[in-house]
Design a binder for this molecule. Structure first.
Ligand code: AMP
Length: 398
């Protein structure tokens, strides 16, 4: 899939709208705790600055639900952008109100204006075409570099593209890179290709699993979702997370894997705890012998060894979803061990966004992976084989 390329646009001196994903995590004092998403947009912004563009940046932050709420102001983002770009960032007081429109109109070449939180406007999440038009009216050119929201048909992501022809819209560098990595993964991965799939529930990953099955050589299951499979295999899973309504689906996945010759790995041991708590009493038990009322909260050491063994010869690794409750130190070991192994391998390693990106970063291995996606939901939908509503209008028709 080829996307309209920012390098092919005539950008010189133009007014450019760049939809970014500055939805960054904040601590309790309102400080940005991880600015990776902001840093990821810098290449596209600098490319436009180099061509004397006047730049209007826009993003959402959190869920202000259509109302102005200072808690969700993009002011901290403006400050971080100022540090990273080393130039003044003009912050509008609103999104498409008098202040934003006046500031946008007065914007000179190489000046950067940041609109306030797009979700202060109730129309944004409804893909309101009036809002899209107001955003489009501010500029000559539209660039989407917000991979993390491309799975949402929102005004600034989907509707707005209708107001630009193919010579006036394109994907930014980050979006290009995300689509390229996942495209290669799904179409021509270097084999053997392994997917490590974890996270809380089968329901969240079932579509991705189904779509991945015909494409991969091996699948390694971890996290809470493993227990639905283990229960279906007849094991006693105690009080572990389970989705009883998906037992048959789990069976279907295992049957399909067998039919396709995909090696399907499940945990052989787990760290079981008496309760879901950071200070819970815990012990290592085999997957067959989880005591009643105990819950498996991480993969065990034998599973780590088994998975390492299975991953030894692979050339491409896709990882989506933690192996255990990594937010609690006691149950983070499985994810951490797998992360180290993946990072040290010579394979191409692609990490899905969201929790998996978070855990890899916590361990300090983010630089060691080939690629870490900036979008959890968006990357999952790509793995499900979907064409994202923010990407569809930017695809070059063949
Ligand atoms: P997801 O959003 O589906 O990718 O799931 C991520 C969440 O799964 C993380 O917050 C983990 O704490 C949680 N998780 C991982 N393993 C388990 C488990 N064995 N039991 C319960 N929750 C888990």
């Amino acid at each position: 899939m080829e996307l309209l390329n920012i390098k092919k646009l005539d950008l010189q001196n133009k007014k450019v709208f760049i939809r970014c994903d500055f939805n960054v995590p904040m601590d309790e004092f309102g400080n940005i705790s991880d600015d990776r998403r902001i840093r990821s947009a810098i290449a596209t912004i600098n490319f436009c600055l180099d061509q004397d563009c006047s730049i209007i940046l826009a993003s959402h932050l959190g869920r202000p639900n259509g109302e102005v709420n200072e808690k969700y102001s993009l002011m901290p983002v403006a400050r971080r952008l100022h540090q990273l770009l080393k130039r003044e960032i003009i912050l509008a007081k609103d999104v498409v109100g008098d202040d934003a429109v006046a500031k946008a109109a007065a914007l000179k070449p190489t000046e950067v204006l940041l609109l306030e939180n797009l979700r202060y406007e109730a129309g944004e999440t409804k893909n309101d075409i009036e809002l899209s038009k107001k955003l489009a009216d501010m500029v000559d050119i539209y660039i989407n570099d917000a991979f993390g929201v491309c799975h949402r048909a929102h005004s600034s992501v989907a509707g707005v593209t209708e107001f630009f022809d193919i010579n006036h819209k394109a994907a930014g560098f980050l979006l290009q890179k995300e689509i390229q990595f996942f495209g290669k993964l799904m179409k021509k991965p270097t084999r053997p290709f392994a997917a490590i799939i974890g996270g809380s529930k089968v329901s969240g990953k079932l579509e991705a699993l189904t779509n991945l099955l015909p494409r991969v050589d091996k699948i390694f299951i971890g996290g809470g979702m493993a227990f639905t499979f283990l229960k279906q295999m007849g094991y006693n899973i105690g009080a572990s997370l389970v989705e009883d309504d998906l037992l048959q689906d789990a069976q279907n996945v295992m049957d399909e894997a067998k039919k396709l010759g995909v090696k399907f790995y499940l945990p052989v041991d787990v760290i079981a705890a008496e309760k879901f708590a950071a200070d819970a009493v815990s012990k290592i038990v085999t997957a067959q012998e989880i005591p009643d009322n105990w819950m498996g909260l991480d993969i065990g050491p034998a599973t780590v060894r088994l998975y390492r063994e299975g991953l030894n010869d692979v050339q491409t690794i896709l990882w989506n979803g933690p192996m255990g409750v990594y937010e609690m130190e006691k149950f983070a070991r499985g994810s951490s061990k797998i992360a180290h192994f993946v990072a040290d391998s010579y394979a191409t390693t692609v990490v899905g966004g969201g929790d998996t990106a978070d855990l890899v970063q916590r361990i300090g291995l983010d630089e060691e992976m080939s690629f870490i996606s900036t979008g959890g939901g968006a990357s999952l939908e790509l793995l499900e084989g979907k064409i994202l509503p923010g990407v569809a209008p930017l695809i070059i028709e063949e």
